[in-house]
Design a protein around this ligand. Structure first.
Ligand SMILES: Cc1cc2nc3c(=O)[nH]c(=O)nc-3n(C[C@H](O)[C@H](O)[C@H](O)COP(=O)(O)OP(=O)(O)OC[C@H]3O[C@@H](n4cnc5c(N)ncnc54)[C@H](O)[C@@H]3O)c2cc1C
Ligand SMILES: NC(=O)c1ccc[n+]([C@@H]2O[C@H](COP(=O)([O-])OP(=O)(O)OC[C@H]3O[C@@H](n4cnc5c(N)ncnc54)[C@H](OP(=O)(O)O)[C@@H]3O)[C@@H](O)[C@H]2O)c1
Length: 532
């Protein structure tokens, strides 16, 4: 019998899930509280309750070749880093091309999801939805939660003594939309994540003074990497991942910090992370260092105390006459329509096998899609997550025992704490995670075999960017266009910038660069031998 799947949310996770259900013969119904697809990327002038909200100027920090759906490359004239409206255009194109809109019930809120009384045998769920004030209930064989995790603001006011006394304006970054109203104002931004840095850089063009307060610092990277290529096209590769995971820790930590400090010394800008070797998510911001150099933005340590109009920092310095405090302090994840104990099954913390399946459910019929963070883009991650999830829901790819899943969660958590630190427990290593999911469904590219059968492709797959197409070369839902998409990915990268061609286009050759590096000691040895 065809299984009916309820999908909550029509952002990129929801669209990937609808599409993968259809590919595997499941019957999806997607409920979306908004009026359009795109979730977070559908810009609105006002933050809406229960929905992610972005500011007008957000650009992607992952490049188009790394960010796209794996069988739907972005048009070659699209810029590498897209304005939110451009990504929304792409997402809409995908939904139309794959004919997904007819499976979505817009303006419909999922208000509760409960196990049916016979759940232990059927694995079914009772879903209550609301549209125009009218409630409806329906039974589904499985649930895919795609409601996003940048929705509920984390405003840690309890960590800031005196904040209640502060008389100025005070709000979370999700409520920030544009800089106009801050003209001539003195603004304190708390938090050195991507939101805090974007907002501070933008505000600094109109505000009188902007200070960012950071409790633990961050690495601030540029979207523009070596020789001007997009950062992720050069750093998110299988080869780099192999080096990172096999080199002795001291060497890989040293190399990491050297790369991070290549553009400017973070300690000289007050940005240096307290623990520089932690691989917590860097900030991608091309303007911030220049703003700091020009003295329009200043970085300060954590706030010790607020008064009516000032902030006293931990180093004893004071920012006076503040008009506005913006908490760019990130988000907490919440699923108000679901019993908390299902996802937070241990110590009130998210406990999910591979970040997707609650391990202790009697039946594996609930999957959370999109609740991971990595240096890779979210679209290909959610595509692979939902491709695996539908196989589990169908019963063609059974989960391990509860004990094995719990052990895996504990083992991964131990590694994550060491690598990413306490604040980033949903962080994961992109290539490793993608390969892990892909291997469950036979979609992981077999690199040695590729080198034997298709060396040209193998070189690009191993040394080149780990683009989404790699995960549609083989396995269920394999895409015949994947090989060609990989071999033409640099052409699409260069197309939007080489708008005044002066010589032949050059693309990075990481494999040949490696050969050159290896050749150097050999030549040195030969010279030494020749002389002695
Ligand atoms: C400012 C910002 C910039 C980012 N930039 C990048 C980037 O450059 N590259 C990248 O890969 N990632 C980026 N991310 C990560 C981002 O979270 C993902 O790109 C992606 O948008 C997440 O999609 P999603 O579908 O999981 O969630 P969302 O986009 O949040 O979509 C969830 C959908 O579910 C709906 N919904 C929620 N609850 C219900 C309910 N109860 N009933 C019905 N519908 C419901 C919402 O209305 C929404 O449409 C960024 C995040 C932020 C905050
Ligand atoms: N495309 C883009 O350009 C773009 C723009 C904005 C956001 N994003 C993405 O959206 C996601 C959310 O980003 P975000 O910047 O909103 O949140 P975030 O990455 O979680 O950063 C939150 C910041 O607040 C600080 N913080 C949290 N609690 C604090 C406390 N109690 N006291 C002091 N400081 C505290 C954190 O410090 P610690 O580091 O010490 O924890 C961190 O600096 C990220 O994945 C990000 O990449 C992308």
């Amino acid at each position: 019998m065809v299984k009916k799947v309820a999908i909550i949310g029509a952002g990129i996770s929801g669209l990937a899930s609808i599409r993968n259900c259809l590919e595997e013969g499941l019957e999806p119904t997607c409920f979306e509280k908004g009026e359009d697809v795109g979730g977070l990327w559908k810009f609105s002038n006002h933050a809406e309750e229960g929905r992610a909200s972005i500011y007008r100027s957000v650009f992607t920090n992952s490049s188009k070749e790394m960010t796209c759906f794996p069988d739907f490359p972005c048009p070659d004239d699209f810029p590498n880093f897209m304005h939110n409206s451009k990504l929304q255009e792409y997402i809409t194109m995908f939904a139309k091309e794959k004919n997904l809109l007819k499976y979505i019930q817009f303006k419909t809120i999922v208000s509760s999801v409960n196990k049916c009384p016979d759940f232990s045998t059927t694995g079914q769920w009772d879903v209550i939805t609301e549209k125009d004030g009218k409630k409806e209930s329906a039974v589904f064989d499985a649930i895919m939660i795609c409601s996003g995790h940048h929705v509920y603001p984390n405003i840690p006011k309890e960590s800031f003594p005196g904040i209640k006394l502060f008389k100025g304006e005070c709000f979370h970054s999700r409520d920030y939309k544009e800089p106009g109203i801050f003209k001539g104002k003195r603004v304190l931004v708390i938090g050195l994540g991507n939101s805090g840095c974007d907002i501070a850089s933008e505000l600094s063009q109109t505000a009188e003074k902007v200070i960012i307060s950071s409790r633990s610092g961050s690495w601030v990277m540029s979207r523009v990497w070596d020789e001007g290529y997009p950062w992720d096209m050069l750093t998110v590769t299988r080869f780099e991942t192999f080096l990172k995971n096999t080199l002795p820790t001291v060497i890989s930590d040293w190399w990491y910090m050297k790369q991070m400090n290549a553009r400017f010394k973070h300690e000289n800008y007050g940005l240096m992370p307290l623990n520089g070797t932690l691989r917590k998510e860097p900030v991608f911001n091309d303007e911030l260092p220049a703003r700091i150099l020009c003295g329009i933005v200043t970085i300060k340590p954590n706030v010790k105390e607020f008064t009516e109009d000032s902030a006293i920092f931990e180093d004893g310095t004071v920012f006076k006459a503040i008009d506005c405090v913006i908490f760019a302090t990130g988000y907490s994840c919440a699923y108000p329509f679901l019993d908390d104990s299902i996802i937070k099954s241990r110590d009130n913390e998210v406990t999910l096998f591979k970040g997707i399946f609650p391990p202790t459910l009697e039946k594996p019929t609930l999957a959370v899609i999109g609740l991971v963070q990595s240096l890779g883009a979210v679209i290909p991650t959610t595509d692979l997550q939902s491709r695996w999830a539908v196989q589990v829901i169908k019963g063609t790819c059974p989960l391990p025992s509860v004990k094995d899943m719990m052990n895996d969660i504990d083992e991964k958590m131990g590694k994550k704490l060491k690598l990413f630190g306490k604040s980033d427990t949903i962080q994961t290593d992109y290539v490793v995670y993608m390969d892990e999911l892909a291997s469950f469904i036979g979609a992981k590219p077999n690199i040695p075999w590729l080198f034997l059968t298709d060396p040209k492709l193998a070189l690009e797959v191993y040394f080149g960017p780990c683009t989404p197409y790699q995960f549609r070369l083989v396995g269920p839902g394999k895409w015949p266009g994947a090989r060609n998409a990989i071999l033409t990915q640099w052409d699409r990268t260069l197309k939007p910038t080489r708008t005044r061609a002066v010589s032949e286009a050059k693309r990075p050759q990481p494999f040949y660069n490696l050969l050159k590096i290896l050749l150097f000691p050999v030549l040195l040895l030969a010279v030494l031998l020749a002389f002695y």
